[in-house]
Design a protein around this ligand. Structure first.
Ligand SMILES: Cc1cc2nc3c(=O)[nH]c(=O)nc-3n(C[C@H](O)[C@H](O)[C@H](O)COP(=O)(O)O)c2cc1C
Length: 182
């Protein structure tokens, strides 16, 4: 693959950054990693493809709006996005709903998008995030008539866990490889 790729990410506790590193390792050498904070439209213009990775934050892909704006100001030609979150891989309905909330109907077809399970890391979470999670966990615990999924989630989110795995980057890698061969 000889196109130039930029992976830019917004990561607070490290899951999204770790996935960016895994993707870079799996792809050819012509791959650069940057934190979204340090990324400009000028930087993006030096790459054929931009991959943005963001964490889920109360239903929103954190940083996606900014990444899209920079991409549109840049001369880069292709934009992909992956999101990491606390949801497991099999929460397909919730994941699909999340994408419908974060991408317009045109973007849903134009922007290849991928979900990669991360987990929760209370040790590295900023104070406000920790408070938000604790409140959410408490309200879910109190909720009556929980579905099985809610029951499991309430249990899981009360402590840190890591469900990330290299296998979750493979659909994105396969997409890029197929696209390069097309
Ligand atoms: C305040 C807060 C809200 C979150 N909201 C969601 C959410 O809506 N959906 C989800 O799947 N995960 C949610 N998460 C979990 C994070 O998306 C998950 O831990 C992510 O992998 C963190 O990425 P990072 O380590 O790169 O910061 C939330 C986490 C926090 C702290």
């Amino acid at each position: 693959m000889n196109r130039k790729l930029l992976i830019t990410y917004k990561s607070v506790t490290g899951f999204t950054k770790a996935y960016a590193e895994m993707i870079a390792q799996e792809l050819s050498a012509d791959c650069t990693l940057t934190d979204l904070k340090e990324t400009t439209a000028e930087i993006m213009s030096g790459f054929d493809t931009v991959i943005f990775g963001g964490r889920m934050h109360a239903g929103t892909v954190d940083g996606l709006k900014k990444a899209k704006e920079l991409f549109h100001q840049s001369r880069s030609r292709q934009f992909l996005v992956y999101a990491t979150g606390a949801m497991p891989d099999n929460a397909k309905e919730t994941v699909d709903q999340m994408w419908r909330m974060n991408l317009t109907s045109d973007e849903l077809t134009e922007i290849p998008h991928f979900y990669m399970p991360g987990g929760l890391c209370y040790e590295k979470m900023p104070f406000l995030d920790k408070m938000m999670m604790k409140l959410f966990a408490a309200s879910l615990k109190r909720k009556k008539n929980k579905t099985e999924y809610e029951e499991k989630s309430a249990e899981a989110i009360s402590a840190s866990y890591d469900i990330s795995s290299r296998k979750y980057i493979m659909p994105l890698i396969a997409y890029l490889n197929a696209d390069a061969g097309a």
